[in-house]
Ligand binder design. Structure first.
Ligand SMILES: NC(=O)C1=CN([C@@H]2O[C@H](COP(=O)(O)OP(=O)(O)OC[C@H]3O[C@@H](n4cnc5c(N)ncnc54)[C@H](O)[C@@H]3O)[C@@H](O)[C@H]2O)C=CC1
Ligand SMILES: CC(C)CC(=O)C(=O)O
Ligand SMILES: [Mg+2]
Length: 361
């Protein structure tokens, strides 16, 4: 079968990591009789440079017409120093927000799994990570602060900027259902994270999540305030199964979660909605500080491709194979710089991609 993938390399390290991920896709296709055809789509800074906007209508339509989307990352300012003088709706990241909204991808799944092999790269004490951990951040992706009204004004010579955080119950209910469904297939625990001691939007969030929980009596629901959650993630990550939270809290907590797995270069991400069409990308950004140096860890992107096979194409065996190949390469001691520890073999982006491809048989 042929699968149509809209490929968005984006900016910074984006093209480097996407290249490694497509090598893995092509090899798994070859082994299992699937073909993947790629249509390259401009988004982010590179799109601004070539078209004047971070995502054209045509680019969005190409993504809509595909079976799934693979993204590297957007943003940064390598070589294009003018991006950040543009208004927010014309900056590189606006393209990402627009494609998430345009494809109605409101459910963002970010699995935080500590590979046994990477315990040496995890900053937590041994007793905290004994037995490893495996939880998922389920982040609402098309509402909240990043999509609320915003404006900047000057009143009486004083500059003022406003952002708004709004959720309605429909948005909360549909993401909560995703979290409970996923928990049902895992360890049957949802921890809903909010700031209900202060925010109205969080109070509504908490109430609606409780209503949804009634349909899932086999799943245990707890609530946690976001500041406490930020602390608990480093104190005792093993307590979590599914963390359900709103857009900005999920953005921040998932970066934090990545670090307890060893590196942001390990955290995959799938953005889904009501159809099989999903957007798969690493959780990190365009890392301008290491772009073009063959230093980026491609594993988060390759793990995202495994999620694509599983969620968009129902290719479970192939997804398992990719994950096993990554594990095997780590077992053999190969590391990119971000997960390097004593006695291991340092490799670059391309070499890590090749090693994973070679493990696939
Ligand atoms: N999905 C996306 O396209 C995202 C885009 N961004 C954008 O990316 C740009 C840079 O943002 P930052 O705050 O620097 O976050 P970042 O995630 O790009 O980088 C943070 C740190 O992690 C390192 N890092 C990130 N990915 C890595 C990888 N695969 N391997 C090894 N090290 C890695 C970087 O070198 C840097 O030191 C900004 O313009 C931001 O808006 C940020 C997050 C997500
Ligand atoms: C533009 C940002 C919301 C991207 C980001 O940081 C993320 O999705 O993790
Ligand atoms: Mg982020």
């Amino acid at each position: 079968m042929n699968y149509k993938i809209a490929l968005i390399p984006g900016d910074g390290i984006g093209p480097e990591i996407v290249r490694e991920a497509t090598k893995v896709l092509d090899k798994i296709g070859e082994l299992h009789g699937h073909s993947f055809s790629y249509t390259e789509v401009l988004m982010g800074g590179i799109s601004i440079d070539k078209t004047g906007v971070p995502l054209t209508e045509e680019a969005l339509n190409t993504a809509k017409a595909s079976d799934s989307v693979l993204l590297g990352a957007v943003g940064g300012n390598v070589g294009q120093s003018n991006w950040y003088t543009l208004p927010p709706n014309l900056r590189p990241e606006a393209g990402l927000l627009a494609i998430r909204k345009g494809l109605n991808l409101y459910a963002n799944i970010r699995p935080a799994v500590l590979f046994d092999e990477l315990k040496g790269a995890c900053p937590l004490k041994d007793e905290l990570i004994e037995g490893g951990f495996d939880f998922v951040v389920m982040r609402e992706l098309t509402g909240g602060l990043y999509f609320g009204e915003r404006h900047t004004t000057t009143e009486n010579g004083i500059r003022k900027a406003t952002d708004t955080l709004t959720y309605d119950e429909v948005e909360i209910r549909r993401i909560a259902k995703w979290a409970f469904e996923i928990a049902r297939k895992r360890n049957k625990k949802v921890c809903s994270v909010d700031k209900a001691n202060v925010l109205d939007s969080s109070r509504l969030w908490r109430n609606v999540v409780k209503e949804v929980a009634k349909e899932y009596e086999d799943v245990e629901l707890s609530d946690m305030l976001v500041d406490n959650c930020a602390m608990q993630l480093v104190k005792d990550p093993k307590q979590f199964d599914v963390i359900l939270t709103e857009n900005m809290f999920g953005d921040i907590l998932s970066d934090e979660a990545s670090m307890v797995t060893g590196s942001i270069g390990m955290l995959a991400s799938a953005s889904l909605g009501d159809t099989k069409l999903g957007l798969y990308e690493p959780s990190h950004g365009s890392a301008p500080d290491i772009a073009g140096q063959n230093k980026a860890n491609p594993i988060a992107t390759i793990l995202s491709v495994a999620m694509m096979l599983r969620y968009s194409f129902d290719l479970e065996v192939e997804a398992d194979k990719i994950e096993a190949a990554i594990k095997s390469v780590l077992q053999k001691g190969y590391r990119t710089i971000d997960i390097m520890s004593e006695g291991k073999t340092l490799v670059g982006t391309i070499e890590m991609g090749d090693l994973i491809v070679n493990e696939l048989v």
